[in-house]
Design a protein around this ligand. Structure first.
Ligand code: ADP
Ligand code: ZN
Ligand code: ZN
Length: 742
């Protein structure tokens, strides 16, 4: 057997093979090959089952055995699974992603095999297909079965239908169908249980693109045609037709016979996007996200592996699907924080998408109305091609943005809508148009306190306040999910004078309902819709104009198209700037522009009003002046000066454990052992108490590592990490390129 080329290691044993188990272990490890016949089927990328710590897990064949372990200590591969082997670029991707994010390779393998039943044969069902199609001396019922079958098959030789479906269609009993099968006119056979995806047609007639869009589409299509790593920033104001343009890139990818992946930051957006794809290509593409059920995931994974799924629309985890020949990745709303995975394998979906595209020789389109500083800087430096869509499509114009100084234009006590904003809302509603009140805070109030004794209601497991949710009558910790019933009395002194402090969307909605009793109110908050379907329903209600006044959190900022919405009121424009990290200004700028972009998407012009205590702040000024370039330039200069990302590299290190003293002890040991970091030119700040000192009962201490951009930080961190072996139950997590700093 010579699977892996001529070169053989001295101590390599031909009976062994290395396998990455899909489990949170580093790997690959050596295993013994299965018996002769099965061994024939093994090749690099084959999926197998292997024993690991008393369990049987799926593994990915990596290469020949590495040796160094006595043969009799090795375990044997279980079965070789009947799946197309994982292609080489995908295996490279897993290695590089594991290295970069400092995640065990096996954990990446696990992300790549997250579909049910992979170890089982592809599920099948019994179906009826054409047989001789002749019946002699047929009863009327049997003749009808055959006639209906012919009618449904409509000339297609590969037409299948279940026995029950056919009986129902012919309005006969299942026994009659069986009779036709016994007579040989029809046959029964096994077919794949999961239906295949309908073919997408890139060449259907489509509405004409305007001049800018046509130019952009052409550049994107050229990038796809090159079959090479082609990163592109598609930068255009909301409503300019970015989606229209990149759908043409998808079309080109289809023509090239390669697969395409479209990533969206938010599941709630998937449905309307899929309909849009269906309009353009005549069929719905595959979808992949956490809300998809097991059957859909199984269907999608297998079809992607077989190269039969042409396009996948999905969440960041879709990056780990085993595409056979990936020609294009689109990352829509590329600036969105939702692309960062913060638990388990910590990775940034956008950055991993770029890596995946580079290894697959694919084009990648990063689309945004408000690009991240990282992507913008890459485009400025010429590393990414820059494609612009400067104006809104058709008659729509960009909304004007104004500031309202809350200090001068005060709302009443325990109210949040200023008189000016209230007047504007009344006028908008009076014209029969929709208004949106935006507040990026879920629940009723962020803090409940006792007026008598000052007791603050906090989470028993975290260093956080409980957020009151009046609609459901509970108080919730937004960190760990802990909930308790809203107490009627203070738990300390028994007083019933409890005060809700500050606004959440629910409280804002209460105020809006009181002020505008005639308006049909809709509250859009991720935690208030009972399901993804309910949320979609609510969004379509708004889009259809069946709501007048919308009160929403950041979920309304993303991608939705509400044609009759002309006024956006940002209730607390300063919210994101308070106590924030170095990206606070960037995120505020992006979020407010995104929300403002919901206004005036159709014929009527839109307006956004920002309530702020600091209208003179540079961010507010540049928002009002609609000066994105100015903002990005000033912001990037500031970051370059202090070596902040994207001009330098940050790594967050989080120590956590049940015993606070032990957590500090380990953090200090790490600090003292920082030689490998210093030698590599990496600066260490901390340890310091994390801004949230306790989450889920675990105490938390943070460090921040700062390094120049040109240093590969991972090897130095690995050497550092290896110095402290005894950790007494303290967990150490590395967050490369951190997005959050709590
Ligand atoms: P973006 O992705 O930049 O926000 P979209 O592609 O969603 O913009 O376009 C905004 C709206 O304008 C959508 O409703 C879209 O259908 C419409 N639109 C854009 N370009 C065209 C076009 N060339 N022909 C018809 N409708 C278009
Ligand atoms: Zn009290
Ligand atoms: Zn909590």
């Amino acid at each position: 057997m010579d699977l892996f080329g001529e070169e053989k290691l001295e101590d390599h044993n031909p009976q062994t093979i290395s396998v990455v188990p899909c489990a949170p272990v580093p790997g690959p490890y050596d295993y013994l090959l299965p018996d002769q016949e099965e061994a024939q089927a093994v090749q690099p990328g084959s999926y197998v089952t292997v024993p690991l710590g008393g369990r049987e897990v799926i593994g990915i064949v990596w290469g020949e055995g590495q040796g160094g372990v006595p043969l009799k200590k090795l375990k044997r591969i279980g079965q070789v699974l009947d799946l197309p082997p994982m292609p080489e670029p995908m295996r490279q991707f897993l290695v590089r992603a594991a290295d970069y994010t400092m995640t065990p390779l096996g954990e990446m393998g696990r992300l790549a095999t997250r579909a049910p039943d992979l170890a089982e044969p592809a599920p099948t069902k019994r179906v009826v297909v054409a047989g001789s199609l002749v019946l002699e001396k047929a009863t009327q019922a049997r003749a009808k079965v055959l006639e209906i079958f012919r009618h449904l098959a409509d000339g297609r030789e590969d037409f299948t239908i279940t026995r029950m479906e056919l009986a129902r269609a012919a309005e006969v009993g299942a026994g009659v169908v069986s009779g036709v099968i016994e007579a040989g006119a029809l046959r029964e056979t096994l077919a794949a249980r999961d239906p295949s995806y309908r073919r997408l047609d890139p060449d259907r007639p489509r509405t004409e693109l305007n001049e800018h869009q046509a130019q952009a589409a052409q550049e994107l299509q050229e990038a796809v045609r090159r079959h090479a790593f082609e990163p592109v920033l598609l930068h255009g104001v909301t409503g300019s037709g970015k989606t229209e343009a990149y759908l043409e890139a998808v079309a080109e990818c289809l023509r090239q016979g390669r697969q395409a992946l479209v990533l969206l930051p938010e599941i709630a957006l998937t449905d309307s996007f899929l309909s849009r794809m269906e309009n353009r290509f005549g069929a719905r593409p595959a979808e992949w996200h956490s809300a998809a059920n097991g059957v859909e995931r199984r269907r999608c994974w297998r079809a992607v592996a077989q190269g039969k799924a042409q396009v996948v629309v999905g969440a960041r985890s879709a990056l780990f699907l085993p595409f056979r020949d990936l020609g294009l990745i689109v990352v829509d709303e590329e600036h969105d924080g939702g692309y960062k995975q913060e638990e388990g394998a910590i990775y940034h979906g956008r950055d991993m998408a770029v890596l995946r595209a580079s290894l697959s020789k694919a084009a990648i389109v990063l689309a945004s109305a408000t690009p991240s500083m990282e992507t913008w800087a890459n485009a400025q430096a010429g590393r990414y091609r820059n494609v612009n869509l400067p104006v809104r499509f058709g008659a729509a114009v960009e909304p004007t943005i104004g500031a309202i100084d809350i200090r001068a234009d005060k709302p009443d006590k325990d109210q949040w809508i200023t008189p000016t904003l209230a007047r504007e809302i009344a006028q908008t509603l009076g014209r029969g148009e929709q208004a949106l009140l935006f507040l990026n805070r879920r629940g009723y109030a962020p803090l409940t306190l006792c007026r008598k004794c000052g007791e603050r209601f906090n989470c028993p497991h975290c260093d956080t306040w409980l957020v009151s949710h009046r609609f459901t009558g509970i108080m919730q910790c937004h960190m760990c999910g802990h909930t308790e019933k809203e107490p009627p009395k203070c738990r300390e002194c028994g007083s019933d004078e409890l005060a809700a402090c500050g606004p959440g969307v629910e409280r804002l909605a209460e105020e809006a309902a009181a002020r505008f009793p005639q308006a049909r109110l809709s509250i859009l908050s991720s935690d208030m819709a009972p399901s993804a379907a309910a949320l979609r329903e609510q969004i379509s209600v708004i889009a259809n104009g069946e709501a007048d006044l919308i009160v929403g959190t950041q979920i309304v900022a993303k991608g939705h198209n509400f044609p009759n919405l002309t006024l956006v009121g940002v209730v607390d424009a300063d919210l994101g700037l308070q106590g924030g990290d170095f990206r606070a200004a960037e995120r505020t700028f992006q979020l407010i522009r995104q929300v403002a972009g919901r206004a005036g998407r159709a014929q009527k012009p839109g307006k956004a009003l920002l309530q702020t205590v600091a209208p003179d702040q540079p961010v507010m000024q540049m928002l009002v002046r609609n000066d994105e370039t100015g903002f990005l330039q000033i912001e990037s200069r500031g970051r370059a000066q202090v070596g902040a990302p994207p001009f330098g590299r940050y790594v967050g290190v989080i120590f956590s454990g049940p015993d606070e003293a032990k957590v500090w002890d380990i953090a200090q040991q790490f600090a003292r052992a920082s030689g490998p970091l210093r030698e590599a030119g990496i600066q260490l700040l901390g340890p310091a108490p994390a801004p949230i000192t306790r989450i889920r009962g675990k105490s938390r201490v943070r460090m921040l590592l700062k390094a120049p951009k040109n240093i590969a930080v991972q090897p130095a961190i690995r050497a550092w990490d290896a110095r402290i072996r005894q950790r007494g139950g303290v967990r150490v997590v590395y967050d490369i390129d951190p997005q959050t700093f709590f």
